[in-house]
Design a protein around this ligand. Structure first.
Ligand code: PA5
Length: 442
């Protein structure tokens, strides 16, 4: 469910009437038809992922079931944020602290994303090579951080496991790239990321699905939820995109996503990447310098009511806030007021309090004319999470395409990656080292 009321009110307060809003809706419609054209041309494969065959992943997960105590997922950016979201939202809290049998014989899970030696050492200290399975995830097959972590972790595996190669699977490009070549040479099971699915749009491909299946998450239900975002949701997608476009063009340079659930904390990280990397562009599709975009900000309710909400309410008028509400919280707890002074809490529940606080924050923002949108799901499970992923995967490219921005490339990230290759001495990148040095001595 999407509630635009408080955004609409802010529109009216900005002096905007239906005709002005219709202009943005028209633009969003054009963005959507451009996206659908790309889908028809087989260039935006994420839309068709709900129809994929999941049997190979499920079969592999079944074969692996109960065999390992730990699963290390190596990847970064679009190759890690989706699966972190899945783990955070769908595995029980404290999953790793549970015993093997409490976990239903599913492994503990560790994400080796950053090349932070403290993090990687801590993960390896926790695990036993013989009892660990590793999944290396990289679309390009060459991302430096993933390559470095894979090498470090492979060495650890090689020293401690009898048959290290039997502890590895990879998820990468269907045909090309370094990791594809290594996988074929070494005989690692390899799962393809469709060629027309980019990193940050890949959570519903094997990038998110295989780790999820290895952890006992119902991947078919996830895809079913994603598949629910169909033609009958287009009007919502258009309205949502038009609201964000209007605000972006009218001084709201900050886009806050504030789920009221700690389980959706990583979802907000996933969203920040999708929004930032897809829309933050120096040039439009004709090559004109436009410096497009707005800055995504993560906030988690209710925690950030005691941190960022003061700024959202009273600070500069440069934000649009999107709340996510989980109507029915799992494992809700009734509050028994143990002391008279807390009597007002008696009979309420933690989940109810969480949702009441969302309403009060919405009202407080509205009261100072700050726009917000609310998206509600009845509960948090595979189905609703799948639909949330797909909703945003539509909205973000619709905005980009409507504004003549390519939402599927990331030239700014590539430039940094190439300088790093140059500095590390990768052959073919000598000129990047030189370019980097020129920038520094300018
Ligand atoms: O969205 C993207 O394309 C990027 O964020 C990539 O996911 C990220 O750079 C990792 O790339 P790769 O999957 O090639 O290792």
């Amino acid at each position: 469910k999407v509630d635009f009321n408080y955004a609409m009110k802010a529109f009216v307060e900005c002096g905007l009437d239906d005709t002005a809003l219709e202009k943005y809706r028209e633009k969003a419609r054009m963005g959507l038809s451009r996206l659908l054209r790309l889908v028809d041309e087989d260039k935006a494969g994420f839309v068709n992922l709900p129809g994929q065959d999941t049997s190979a992943m499920k079969k592999f997960a079944k074969e692996m079931s109960g065999k390992f105590n730990d699963l290390i997922l190596i990847g970064i950016g679009g190759s890690s944020l989706g699966m972190e979201t899945l783990c955070g939202a769908l595995l029980p809290y404290g999953h790793n602290a549970r015993s093997f049998s409490q976990r239903g014989a599913f492994p503990r899970v560790w994400v080796a994303d950053n090349v932070d030696p403290a993090k990687i050492s801590a993960i390896l200290n926790e695990c036993e090579p013989e009892d660990t399975f590793i999944c290396v995830i990289t679309k390009s097959g060459s991302t430096v951080e993933t390559a470095a972590n894979f090498n470090v972790i492979y060495e650890w595996l090689d020293e401690g496991a009898k048959e290290p190669k039997k502890h590895i699977c990879t998820i990468t490009d269907p045909e090309k790239g370094t990791l594809r070549e290594i996988s074929e040479k070494e005989g690692f099971p390899v799962f393809p990321i469709p060629d027309n699915v980019g990193g940050r749009f890949s959570v519903l491909s094997p990038v998110g699905l295989l780790p999820a299946a290895l952890l006992g998450i119902d991947i078919d239900k996830l895809l079913e939820g994603a598949a629910s975002v169909t033609r009958d949701k287009y009007e919502k997608i258009i309205t949502l995109s038009s609201i964000y476009m209007y605000f972006m063009e009218n001084g709201k340079n900050i886009n806050v996503l504030m789920p009221y659930s700690s389980r959706l904390s990583s979802f907000a990280d996933w969203y920040c990447q999708l929004w930032g990397e897809s829309l933050g562009k120096r040039t439009d599709t004709d090559g004109n310098i436009v410096m497009f975009g707005s800055t995504p900000v993560k906030a988690v309710g209710v925690i950030d009511q005691h941190s960022q909400v003061q700024l959202f309410k009273e600070g500069p008028e440069d934000k649009v806030v999107t709340f996510i509400e989980v109507e029915k919280h799992e494992k809700d707890k009734k509050i028994m007021a143990e002391y008279d002074d807390y009597g007002y809490l008696e009979g309420h529940s933690l989940g109810e309090l969480c949702n009441i606080e969302l309403l009060t924050t919405e009202a407080a923002l509205k009261n100072t004319g700050k726009p917000s949108v609310k998206i509600s799901v009845d509960s948090l499970d595979e189905y609703t999470l799948g639909s949330l992923f797909m909703l945003w995967q539509y909205v973000v490219p619709v905005i980009g395409l409507a504004c003549d921005i390519d939402p599927f490339d990331q030239p700014g990230v590539e430039e940094g990656k190439n300088y790093a290759y140059g500095l590390l001495g990768k052959s073919g990148y000598e000129d990047m080292k030189q370019k980097f040095e020129e920038i520094f001595t300018k």
